[in-house]
Design a protein around this ligand. Structure first.
Ligand code: C5P
Length: 404
């Protein structure tokens, strides 16, 4: 059993639209982009105003973000509603440095360039890091504008005090890169459905050894489990993924415990107290009665290999942890509902998710799935065919009682 420790790529999977406006503090934005992409793993799309480009070249930010920097509302090669899709796709719109001008324009709903138009469309997910001269900041117009933004629910990272670029002393220095990163993290992770919760996900098949080179297994690839782990992470949970042998690209920020057999999975799982368990592993039901530790010669292969049932992992977990919300999976072709409900009852699950491998694009191996979720309380949700990530997101909403 090998355990790989997670790392700080806590914002992997998040899309940040970083708006840069004109101000000398823009030099800090270069480091900010590097931190958000390299250290936090976020995807950053930079948008620069005309004044911002007088201070620094878009080239710097293209190199650091790995994406073209957007500067014009009406540039060619894009569909006319790009400002809407950019606002929609972003999980957060961060303006750093935020000039007095962009703050004023935001308050009044002025949309006369690409950045201000994106802001108008994405106003509900904004974070501003103001940076300006102390007199501009203390001007009643700016002060009132910042207050108005805060009243509308826009988050502001307070500027610090010190010697300003214009040699004045006072308030107006843009917050440090570390402070901005912390605010971004709090905004993105602090409001997740699973913030502060421990989530364990099991994924993939198990392999039950017959001899040194042969095993019994199944077609599970672990894709559904990984999708659940990534969505739970996105919702702010502390996630542990216990996975059987899979060939998936598991993000480094997900604590991963790699196991092979059902017995190893059971042992790993019983070490994990959790608020939520998503048992998406296709634990192999058939285990050879004894493992032969050398390779059986072809000439001496037995006609019959005695097998026994694998330990029922989820039932054992339930016995040890009566309070965990457990979601199990069932792969059923016939009488799916009846069999799934029976499993939920006998294994002590709170939810069970039925996938039918005979449905096109569902269950083992696909990047898509189509499932029905049943709850202990007798509720039922049909989730039509969609990507496993989207299905995972809906499963998390249902199982945390926050919608579907
Ligand atoms: O195999 P079965 O259909 O009974 O599995 C339903 C649920 O129980 C799944 O969530 C599966 O991961 C889990 N399971 C288990 N231990 C087993 C077999 C299945 O925990 N030995």
């Amino acid at each position: 059993m090998t355990k790989s420790k997670g790392n700080p790529l806590r914002l992997k999977g998040f899309k940040i639209l970083l708006g840069l406006t004109g101000g000398i503090a823009i030099y800090k934005a270069a480091d900010l982009v590097r931190r958000l992409t390299v250290d936090y793993g976020a995807e950053v799309q930079v948008v620069m105003t005309a004044s911002a480009q007088k201070f620094m070249s878009p080239l710097v930010f293209e190199a650091l973000s790995g994406k073209p920097v957007l500067t014009h509302l009406f540039s060619g090669g894009f569909v006319g509603t790009r400002h809407i899709s950019l606002a929609k796709e972003a999980d957060l719109i961060l303006i750093a440095p935020a000039s007095a001008n962009i703050i004023a324009k935001t308050v009044h709903g002025i949309a006369d360039d690409l950045l201000s138009t994106i802001i108008l469309a994405g106003w509900h997910k904004m974070l501003f890091a103001p940076a300006m001269n102390v007199n501009m900041l203390e001007n009643p117009a700016t002060r009132t504008n910042i207050e108005k933004l805060m009243k509308r629910g826009v988050s502001i990272i307070n500027p610090g005090e010190g010697l300003l670029a214009c040699h004045d002393e006072g308030k107006g220095k843009m917050a440090s890169v570390a402070e901005i990163c912390e605010a971004v993290e709090a905004k993105l992770l602090g409001q997740g459905l699973l913030t502060g919760k421990k989530v364990v996900v099991t994924a993939g098949p198990t392999r039950e050894k017959i001899d040194a080179v042969r095993y019994i297994s199944n077609y599970s690839t672990g894709k559904m489990g990984l999708a659940l782990a990534m969505e739970a992470k996105k919702e702010g949970a502390q996630v542990t993924l216990i996975t059987g042998p899979v060939s998936l690209d598991i993000p480094r920020d997900i604590d991963t415990v790699k196991v092979e057999s059902a017995r190893e999975m059971l042992k790993a799982l019983l070490n994990q107290a959790a608020d939520y368990l998503y048992m998406s592993a296709a634990v192999e039901d058939i285990v050879p009665e004894e493992i032969i530790h050398r390779k059986l010669k072809k000439e001496f292969l037995p006609n019959v290999i005695p097998v026994k049932k694998a330990p029922d992992i989820v039932s054992a977990f339930r016995k040890k942890f009566p309070d965990t919300k457990i979601t199990g999976f069932s792969v059923e072709i016939e009488q799916g509902k009846e069999n799934s409900l029976y499993k939920m009852e006998t294994k002590g699950l709170d939810f069970i998710i039925w996938n039918n491998p005979e449905t096109e694009g569902a269950a083992f191996g696909h990047d898509t799935n189509e499932v029905t979720v049943f709850s202990r309380e007798g509720k039922e949700w049909f989730l039509p065919k969609d990507t496993k990530r989207n299905i995972a997101s809906r499963i998390i909403k249902i199982t945390t009682g926050t919608g579907a």
